[in-house]
Design a protein around this ligand. Sequence first.
Ligand SMILES: [Cu+2]
Length: 307
Amino acid sequence: MIFPLGYASIALLLTGASARPHSIFQELHVNGVSQGHVIGIRAPYYNYPTTNVSAKDIICNGVTHAWNLPLPDKVIPVPAGAQVTTEWHASIYGANDPKWANAEPIGADHRGPILAYLAKIPDALQENIEGLDWFKVYQEGFDNKEGLWATEKLMRDKGKVSFKIPECIEPGQYLLRAEIIALHGAGKLNGAQFFLSCAQLEIKGEGKVVPAAIAKFPGAYDATDRGIRVSIKSTGPNPTDLKYYPPGPPVFTCQSPNLPWDPTTVITNPGTIPKWEQCGGYGYTGDSACIAPAECVEINGYYHQCQ
Ligand SMILES: [Cu+2]
């Protein structure tokens, strides 16, 4: 059914929608050794973003954003304390898909943080992934020293981002949820774009620790969180004094394993633009978060208004 589409949309379909500069976590390296392309990872087949933090796709995708098939039948062995590297590309076919050559590993305007969580699970291959207790093992937002977003470092590092699996956690089966949040449109409610996949891990070791600061997905994120509904510059340098706070619990560390977290104390962004004033549109470079409860509404391409 193509009648409702304008010429532009039809052209986009015919050219394979090559302009969408999105990203998929699709390969894991353990202590520098690749575990294989899409091996052991529940990754979405296509790079569309999730934008609803309350929907089940925020766990590991796979609901409205179908997983790449066949589903992974491998669980990746990882020693506790290992350095893992998540590898991201615009296409599920890896770095060399010519369709996405200009948007590798993510589009330059898709700026934002990169985060990673772990959750223990009885069997990393099991279908049901609801209700797990997630704890954060990594996050990077905006680096004030270098003036770079985590996604800009990801581009510099050719789609790779590394962090450590805590050495003190209990061994067992886990899911590793790795996530990019692109904030170029995040001044509008539900404008942030979430890209995420989950790797299936068997963590080996002698650890005994069960982290206290746990999060549920959905539940950990609120659409008005100051790290999710936030205006940033998507082109040109962001100010080096920019303060950005990634959403979710604090990063778990073995040094302070009992740090609790209460998701009801999340700080929301109250917005800065009064009702009836401009919050976006072609050429507009100002802040785009309206003072709540007003929301930024697209009147036309040139004028968005807080209403
Ligand atoms: Cu996008």
